[in-house]
Write a protein of this length. Structure first.
Length: 353
């Protein structure tokens, strides 16, 4: 089964041949997040360049899904991660990718398709960035990730006979979140909130073994604090939302999901008051890049706004740091997956196409 991965859109795609594939320059990763940067990357498989209506070009990498996964696991996780964590990740990432391919290629999911295309996903199944799954070509490719993909070849998470939409995130902050807090108003039965006692670890050895180089720049992901002056916050919200609220006078959480992540937030200003959501919109609106999560309390200290929060990411499904700690404690990949995806089981994917 091939997957089409959108790598880069630019006025003109510069590429050159490389061993078993091709090389692209200035590929942007972590788009809109706090680790946003550019890298040169090398890919295996086939390169297709599509011309877009606005005159830009998109580089699409067509590659076998198992080879795609070897790169995803290498990109998402450090090579020194425990093997059972890498295997859990392989099964989870394979399930998610198969779901994404099916959603893109069947007319039954036109709404999903429309939402996907509005994210710039036209002519490919998944993007190469954190929005979908990190896919950084062969740059960080490592033999242990490849071993984990081969050891679980064809294995997916299923629930009621269907492949799961296996969401994951960096650190839940103590409790995982519902699907509907983050995306469409659909209840996904295997994404029930789970109390996660694992990801609060301060064990440097575990974190060093799990996180990629640039993820280790992020330290305070379980419990964090962001402080703004009233003027700073007003500027950020104006530039990120495109709406002039005047001076922000209050941030009121109107609704929270199961973990505590806010999915509706009222922003009150001297010129207008509006409610925004869901979690990613809130995270992007309240930060020059993106808040770690939407699970926070708002406190005022004088005129300053202090956001005290928990977790890194949307919080639905598997908590990568928590899963790493579980693997370190000796749980196997099936136990790890069963902990975060309630009622789901590991089975062999049979349909090809
Ligand atoms: Zn994407
Ligand atoms: Zn956790």
């Amino acid at each position: 089964m091939n997957i089409r991965v959108g790598i880069l859109t630019a006025p003109h795609i510069e590429h050159e041949p490389a061993a078993n594939g091709f090389r692209l320059h200035n590929v942007r990763i972590g788009i809109g997040f706090h680790w946003d940067r550019e890298e040169d990357q090398t890919f295996e498989g086939k390169l297709e360049i599509t011309d877009n209506a606005d005159g830009t070009q998109t580089a699409v990498n067509v590659i076998d899904i198992e080879d795609y996964l070897c790169s995803v696991i290498s990109s998402e996780m450090n090579a020194d991660s425990p093997m059972e964590l890498l295997k859990a990740h392989a099964v989870m990432s394979r399930s998610w990718a198969i779901r994404a391919i099916a959603a893109n290629r069947t007319s039954a999911s036109r709404m999903r398709q429309a939402a996907w295309e509005s994210n710039g996903h036209k002519g490919f199944d998944v993007c190469a960035d954190d929005h979908c799954q990190r896919y950084e070509g062969t740059r960080r490719m490592n033999s242990r990730a490849v071993e984990a993909v081969r050891a679980t070849q064809g294995e997916v998470l299923t629930y009621g006979g269907e492949v799961c939409d296996a969401r994951f995130h960096k650190c839940c902050g103590g409790r995982t979140e519902l699907f509907e807090t983050c995306w469409e108003d659909v209840h996904v039965p295997y994404l029930e909130p789970v109390d996660c006692p694992w990801c609060g670890t301060k064990d440097e050895r575990v974190l060093r073994n799990v996180l990629n180089d640039y993820d280790r720049e992020t330290k305070d992901f379980h419990d964090w604090e962001v402080r703004y002056t009233q003027e700073e916050l007003s500027d950020i919200v104006r530039s990120k939302s495109g709406t002039d609220f005047g001076t922000i006078t209050d941030l009121r959480p109107l609704h929270r999901g199961a973990s505590g992540r806010i999915d509706r937030l009222e922003i009150a200003g001297t010129k207008r008051t509006e409610t925004i959501g869901k979690e990613l919109k809130i995270r992007r609106t309240l930060s020059r890049s993106c808040l770690y999560s939407s699970w926070f309390d708002v406190e005022r200290e004088g005129t300053d706004f202090v956001l005290r929060g928990h977790g890194w990411g949307h919080g639905a499904g598997l908590c990568q740091i928590g899963a790493a700690v579980m693997a370190d404690k000796g749980f196997n990949y099936k136990e790890i997956l069963a902990f975060y995806y309630k009622g789901a089981e590991v089975s062999r994917h049979t349909r090809q196409g």
